[in-house]
Ligand binder design. Structure first.
Ligand code: B12
Ligand code: SF4
Ligand code: SF4
Length: 410
């Protein structure tokens, strides 16, 4: 290893911290063989179902840095923490809003500030400019974060930025798994870092805690069962059997990270992703910790845009978010939500109407049941009609069970 390689590697690392990243390591530009095979097998066995853009050719390209940058020599692996002190746990109810709330739904930590894609890409651009001026070269480089084909976690693991947890997230000794990952592929000859010799040991907390059983084996997620997929990427209905397990998550899920012991010692970000500026319908310059469920049902395309522009939450689209709000309201079983759900059952898109019917079926009593019966005769969409029929059935069973309990109690 030449002295100049060592010097360039030192500059690369110093500049990354200066550009606002929390972690930086280096790996070679060799093919990620194990990860390529694992990803191809995941597609083959149907465990990536629901993500039509996650294709074999994407994996083949994304696991070979040479295909992404001709003449690639090194991959700089970057980590940006999104763990912000005060942005971790939901605020106590008194601090949430002045308006009376029927209930709120949870937003995953990573999505509580400004869209990280934009923030990370802009820091990466600045980083490459900084490298050019410090090294006095015109660096050949390509950079990726999340939406690129590169296998972000594979690069992080091989470079020793962190290690694979059994929940498939990259865990880091200093910042836990609360980090976004990105890479700069370059033609620079840099000194690679060794992978960490750490593992989860005998811990299986995340596997036990996952409500939908999405961690089907250590290091393996069934995408179609993961709440993160169901509430964000999924454009269709949430499968009936999974709805009760989604709880009150309306965007993403943090359960397998919240229970992880490595995250207990996570350090907050050095240069946190900024919050969104003041927007209509939000509490001001505040992170989206939790979202008012009835408020979500009331959103129009225009108010949705105004509220979530620049936020990762926009990815779910208005209809997806309203679908998720219905599921969370159904899981709360609060009769006060019935008027809003009945309104959604009459005026929402078919996907929202179907999930509003499900929620009313979960609540099951009085106005909820009556509303379902009258909607059944008016509904024209076959799928929504079926949802209403099933909801009526569940409401009737619920009523019969409560009648028996009252009789037995009397
Ligand atoms: C598709 C995707 C999803 C899908 C599928 C998840 C999945 N497990 O793949 C869904 C929508 C469910 C999802 C959810 C989330 N995601 Co996501 N997602 C991606 C994306 C775009 C591709 C991931 C991928 O290629 N998966 C394919 C499978 C095969 O990879 P894998 O599950 O990591 O499996 C690896 C291990 O099994 C390993 N392996 C195989 N055999 C063995 C054996 C041993 C012993 C070991 C140690 C390892 C090992 O090899 C596999 C390939 O590397 C990446 C961005 C990117 N471009 O890479 C972000 C990314 C992985 N997601 C991210 C985040 C933050 C999340 C969420 C936490 C968001 C949330 N809070 O809701 C959740 C976490 C859910 C979870 N437990 O994984 C971050 C993860 C950061 C980190 N610290 O790891 C990434 C890297 C985005 C980014 N650039 O920051 N995501
Ligand atoms: S994000 Fe939630 S649903 Fe997905 S694997 Fe983790 S705990 Fe399970
Ligand atoms: S909860 Fe335990 S098994 Fe799961 S990722 Fe964390 S340390 Fe690993």
């Amino acid at each position: 290893m030449s002295g100049s390689t060592e010097d360039a590697t030192t500059v690369v690392k110093e500049c990354a911290l200066e550009a606002g990243f929390d972690l930086v390591k280096v790996t070679s530009a060799d093919v990620f063989v194990r990860d390529r095979e694992a990803a191809l097998e995941r597609i083959d066995t149907g465990l990536m179902d629901g993500l039509p853009w996650y294709t074999e050719s994407r994996v083949l390209r994304g696991s070979d840095p040479q295909q992404l940058l001709a003449g690639a020599r090194s991959v700089i692996s970057l980590g940006l923490s999104y763990f912000v002190s005060g942005n971790g746990d939901p605020a106590p109810p008194s601090e949430k809003s002045d308006a009376p709330s029927i209930g709120t739904g949870k937003v995953a930590r990573y999505a509580r500030g400004r869209d990280y894609h934009r923030v990370m890409k802009s820091r990466m651009r600045d980083y490459v400019h900084l490298l050019n001026s410090r090294l006095d070269i015109d660096l050949s480089a390509r950079w990726y974060v999340d939406d690129g084909p590169m296998l972000d976690r594979a690069a992080a693991a091989r470079s020793g930025l962190g290690w694979f947890g059994k929940n498939t997230n990259i865990l880091t000794p200093s910042h836990g798994s609360w980090i976004f990952l990105g890479q700069v592929i370059t033609g620079l000859d840099l000194k690679p870092d060794p992978p960490l010799q750490k593992t989860c040991g005998s811990c299986v907390r995340c596997i036990d805690a996952c409500p939908t059983g999405a961690i089907v084996a250590p290091y393996v997620i069934d995408n179609a069962r993961c709440i993160s997929h169901l509430t964000i990427e999924n454009r269709g209905p949430i499968p009936l059997e999974l709805r009760p397990l989604v709880g009150d998550w309306v965007f993403g899920c943090d359960i397998c990270q919240d229970v992880c012991p490595v995250n207990r010692k996570a350090r907050p970000a050095n240069a946190p992703i900024p919050n969104l500026p003041q927007r209509s319908g939000s509490a001001g310059d505040e992170p989206d910790l939790e979202l008012d469920l009835v408020g979500l049902l009331e959103l129009t395309d225009e108010t949705f845009r105004a509220r979530f522009q620049g936020s990762p939450v926009a990815r779910a689209k208005r209809v997806g978010l309203q679908r998720n709000a219905c599921v969370a309201l159904g899981n709360r079983r609060d009769v006060n939500a019935v008027p809003a759900l009945l309104h959604a059952l009459k005026t929402g898109e078919p996907l929202v109407r179907g999930h509003a019917a499900w929620a009313l079926g979960e609540i099951g009593i009085g106005e909820a049941s009556k509303g379902l019966l009258s909607a059944l005769s008016l509904e024209t969409d076959a799928d929504v009609k079926e949802e209403i029929r099933l909801a009526v059935k569940r409401a009737e069973i619920g009523l019969a069970i409560s009648a028996v309990s009252i009789e037995q109690g009397a």
